[in-house]
Structure formats: C-alpha cells, structure tokens
Design a protein around this ligand. Structure first.
Ligand code: GCB
Length: 596
C-alpha cells in the first residue's frame, strides 16, 4: 500500500540529488560500487536520467547505471519495522544497503518495497545503492531485444531493439520513501462498493501481518470528517445511509480509516479514499452507477521535457487541469501503470481510468526487419516465462489499483500479435487470472492489422479496444477514404465479436504552427478534420462506446524517419499548450459532457 503518514506511520522522502555512475564499460559489481560509486556525478531522483545531461552516450546507454545516497534512520525508529519504498525503477533494480545486496526487482512502472529493519543502522549514516538496468528482453514488459552491432573497425555497440513507440527512458522514476510502522501492522486493505437505492455498501477485507491479539476497526468518515459507519473485524461491511455516490461529474470521496489496536493501544492506522460506485456492462453499454457512460478522452504517456518519465506533480496537475478544460471523462494509462499519485488525482478529479499493464510491442516486426509480422507467441519469445511475468504484472497492478474508484477496467495488452493461434491460451489464461482477482470489465487493445474475427484475445474480454489510423498510416492524407474504411472495419469487428468497442487510439501527427488549406498531413487543420470525420462515423455506430484520441500530448520516441523529434500526435504540445484540434475537441466534449 502506498506509504502514507498516519498516527502510527512515519515517512521520510529520499528524493533529491543522488550520486550517479553510468557503467559504460560493463564492470558492474567491481571495486565496491555497491557502497561507494567511482565518479562524482549527480542525478535527480525522481527522473529519467536520459535527458538531463548533454551526452548522447548517456541518453542512449544500454546497460547499468548506479545511484547512491546516504540517509539516517531517526533514533525514535528503533525497534520498528523499517522499509524502503520505490514507486518505480525502470527496469531492473538491485538494492544494496551498507554494501549488502537486499533485493532485485524486475519491471518498471510498479512499486516494490525492501524491509531493512535488520540491516539499517539507527541514528547512523547508511549507504544506499541502487543498480539500475534498462535492458528489455522477450521476458520483460515491455519486451525488447538487445543486439550487438559490430562496426567495420570491430567496435561493438549494444543496441536496444523495441517495437513500442516511446523512448526507453530509465532511472529511478518515482519517489523513494523511507518508512516506519509498528511491527504488527495492516499489510493490505481491499474494498468493493455497491449501493441499493440511497444506501451505500462497502465491503472491506484487511490483511494483517500478525493477527493474534489485535482488534481491527474500520471507520468511514465523510468529507467533513463526520463518522458515517463503523465495523470491526478484518472483513466487514459498512452501510452508508443517504450515500453520496462517486461519478465523473461528482467524484465524492469518503475516507476509510483503518486502525489496529491491542488492549486499547494504537498499533497501526492507515487511511484511504473510497468512492462508492459500480461498474458494469449491461446491454452492450458501459454503466457507472447503472447509467450508461460514453468514454471521451485520450491515451496519455508519462512524458515531459528534461525529466522524461520522472514523477512530477506540476506536470501531473497541469494535465488534470487540461483534461478538465477539455471536458474529458476518461483516459487510458497507455502503455503502463502510472504513478499512484496520478491515480489519486484521477479519483479526485473524477476521471475514469482504463488501467493498462506494460504489455506493448508484443509484435514480431522490427526485430526481424522483414515485412509483415513474424510469429512471437513461440518458445524463446512470448513463451511460458513471458506469460508468467505478464501474469505477475497484472496481479501487482490489480493489488495496487483495485481501491481506486477511478479505475473502471483492466487493459490486458496493446497491439499484440493476437491473430497467432498460440495467443489463444496465452490470453485465455491471463483473462481467467484477472477475473479470479477482480470483477471489473476487461479490455484488450487490437489494431488494424488484426482482421475482424481473428483476435485470440477479443473473445475473452468484455470490451474491444481498437487503435485505428485509416487516412494516416494507410490511405495517407485521404481522410474521407480513411473514414469510409473505418466504418467498414468497425462494422466487421462488431459483426464478428458482438461486443462494445472503444476506439482506444486515432490521430494524426501535427506540428504546431503548420497550416494549410486545403489541409495536408502534419498541419493543424488536418488533425482537426481527421478527428471530425472519425467522429461522424462513431456517432452513427451505437456499439461504439468510447473515443480516446491519440495522444494527449506530444511525446518522445526513438529517432526514426517517421518521427519528428518524437511522436507529434498530441492535441497539446509536449509543453502542454493546445493545438487547434484541442479547441475543437473541447467544444465537442464539453457539450456532450453537459448532457451526461
Ligand atoms: C499505436 C500505438 C502507439 C503509437 C501510435 C502511433 O497504435 O499503440 O503506442 O504511438 O500507434 O502514433 O503510431
């Protein structure tokens, strides 16, 4: 659970400047790097390290970098359970404390913790070192492949191959927190909400690390701190008369205060926000609190100048303000779980979230560089080891995010080669797993290369996600022709699957300040007209239950001939200023939102 201060819990941020050494010569582990780093470079935490300096060598480095800082544990923490929390380190992290290796974690975008109660020196200086590796392989998420390129002179360069379209930012991306709790503590809380007429129902389940002689109490407080309901026991139900429901237009949050006592003495306390709402698919519609909702919004990225994928409250808040200005009611965490702080903001702003794991780029093209797609659901690529990691990542995501009222569905993957027959057991088993953990609807995102009726994932999910770029990547520049193809494709998909469809991506690269009449590709007019013609089709098709433009803002990608300093499909620039299409979308979405 996200570390929070309470009457019993203490949290100290270790964000700031850390010592930093890139391991260009692959000498990891030599010369005592696990306690003292050889170079006197510094790095900001949290941040991606890639764009902070001015060297392409660091930006494009493939391999390890090392971070080090010291910290003190307050004397008053003696005898407590002490742990370190890492919000996200991309992608592999090995943590050393005072020279001793404590843990290796694989996978970015999700938190991990290290218990240091036995190792941390109290009221003394501790040396914390984190070895960070940014390599992607077939059994990581996202997958990738590291290849060696040998020049004529025999020099070897290691290159990271990847198929996903965002820069492979790396580093300590989210906050590092030093935390203390009592030794008997609340390890986990899960809530599920429902309502019956005006009565709210909150089922909760808590896990304690040691339940022997403690008493657990759950209190529900309203926004003014007034007690609305209480219950005791580690599982229970809170009944809320005259409940105020959570919805995009009225995101009311209660506070659930959980406390653990023994003989009247407080051992642990943890508070979390709870929104009472239901999510269901009914008659082919997505319903929040029993009311059909049409999703309007965008796919996003955690991406900004200089800090890359580093956590940054000002950028996050600016994004939320822009989403509100647009009249958006939802977004997808394309293509990975976002910071927990961002999920809390979505709860507060009333944004519905499609929560995605980093299962992106599960395709076989760039790696082979041949035309078309080569098989990837094969031994040595997306095999059992890869499946296990995908499953574990979904499990971690659900454990982390299940209590957020904003989260309305789980996204299993983005643009995988789902037409391969071997993808059938892969997706069936993943969907079974997710359904055994949580009742929210499932979506999988397919794309134009998956012919209607051929997706092995579509049959196991509740909602079809489609990323479509007719008129851009095909029929280039011909929006009307693209729109005709769009309608045909959508109708064929619906006929094959008979499930509601969300257009999870559609858009056109647009350079701000480029104008032309009649519109041509890359101009602001083209982006606006592209959206308008797509919308005319969506509005005709009742099975389309949502539209998410690609992308909220311009974002960085690898260099290449179809990218002009990154992907420019943003309706905002990377600096979060509107392009012309943002004004058009605002008109459409604000007027529709008013009718919700
Ligand atoms: C897609 C991908 C997204 C890309 C986008 C594009 O279908 O899901 O990651 O950035 O297309 O702009 O090509």
């Amino acid at each position: 659970m996200f570390p929070k201060q309470s009457r019993s819990r203490e949290v100290i941020s270790l964000d700031g400047l850390w010592n930093f050494s890139p391991d260009y010569d692959l000498c990891a582990g030599r010369d005592g790097w696990n306690s003292v780093l050889p170079y006197a470079e510094v790095m900001a935490v949290p941040a991606s390290y890639n764009d902070i300096g001015v060297s392409a060598r660091l930006r494009d480095h493939v391999g390890d970098v090392w971070y080090q800082r010291s910290f003190f544990v307050p004397a008053g923490w003696r005898g407590k359970r002490i742990f370190l929390y890492f919000g996200s380190v991309s992608y592999q992290a090995t943590v050393y404390l005072n020279g001793e290796k404590l843990l290796s974690n694989s996978g970015g975008f999700l938190p991990f913790e290290v218990d240091i109660s036995g190792q941390a020196l109290i009221a003394e200086e501790n040396a914390l070192v984190v070895q960070v590796n940014n390599e992607l392989h077939w059994d990581t998420l996202p997958p990738g492949e590291v290849v060696e390129q040998i020049s004529l002179s025999g020099a070897v360069t290691r290159l990271q191959k990847q198929q996903h379209d965002f820069f492979n930012y790396a580093g300590i991306h989210r906050s590092v927190l030093l935390c203390a709790t009592a030794n008997t503590f609340i390890a986990y809380i899960a809530v599920e909400t429902d309502f019956d007429n005006t009565t709210g129902i909150i089922d909760y389940r808590a896990e304690l690390n040691n339940a022997d002689t403690c008493e657990f109490e759950a209190q529900l407080l309203d926004r003014n701190g007034k007690l609305c309901a209480t219950s005791t026991g580690i599982t229970g139900q809170l009944i809320v008369p005259e409940v105020l429901l959570w919805s995009p237009n009225s995101p009311y949050l209660y506070k659930l205060r959980c406390s653990l006592t023994t003989a009247g003495e407080l051992l642990d306390e943890y508070e979390l926000n709870v929104g009472v709402r239901t999510v269901k698919i009914s008659d082919g519609k997505l319903c929040i609190n029993g009311q059909p909702v049409y999703l309007q919004g965008c796919g996003k990225h955690e991406d900004a100048d200089i800090r890359g994928k580093g956590f940054d409250y000002p950028t996050y808040l600016r994004d939320m303000e822009l989403l509100k200005w647009l009249g958006v009611n939802s977004y997808r965490t394309s293509h990975y779980p976002y910071a927990e702080e961002m999920m809390e903001l979505a709860d507060r702003y009333g944004i519905l979230i499609i929560d995605e794991v980093p299962a992106v780029g599960m395709l076989g093209k760039a790696v082979t560089s041949s035309d078309g797609l080569s098989a990837v659901f094969v031994e040595g690529k997306l095999d059992e080891a890869a499946w296990q990691n995908h499953a574990a990542t979904l499990r971690k995501l659900i454990l982390r995010d299940r209590n957020h009222p904003s989260v309305i569905m789980w996204s299993i993957s983005n643009e995988a080669s789902t037409m391969e027959l071997a993808a059938e057991p892969y997706f069936r088993r993943l969907c079974d797993l997710v359904r055994s953990l949580d009742g929210r609807p499932l979506i999988n995102v397919d794309f134009a290369m998956i012919a209607p009726g051929t997706s092995m994932a579509a049959k196991y999910v509740d909602i079809i996600g489609l990323n479509l770029y007719f008129g851009w990547y095909s029929q280039c520049g011909d929006i009307a022709g693209g729109a005709a193809q769009l309608e045909e494709f959508l109708r064929a998909w619906y006929a094959a699957e008979n499930k509601p469809i969300i257009i999870t991506e559609y858009g056109a690269d647009t350079i701000e300040g480029f104008h032309k009449l009649p519109a041509t590709m890359f101009t602001e007019e083209f982006q606006r007209d592209f959206f308008a013609q797509y919308h005319a089709i969506f509005d005709k098709l009742p099975f389309v239950i949502g539209e998410h433009v690609w992308n909220f803002a311009d974002f960085m990608t690898n260099q290449g001939i179809i990218r002009i300093d990154g992907n420019r499909k943003g309706i905002f620039t990377r600096q979060r200023q509107p392009k012309m299409a943002a004004h058009y979308l605002r008109e459409r979405w604000q007027s529709r939102r008013a009718k919700l």
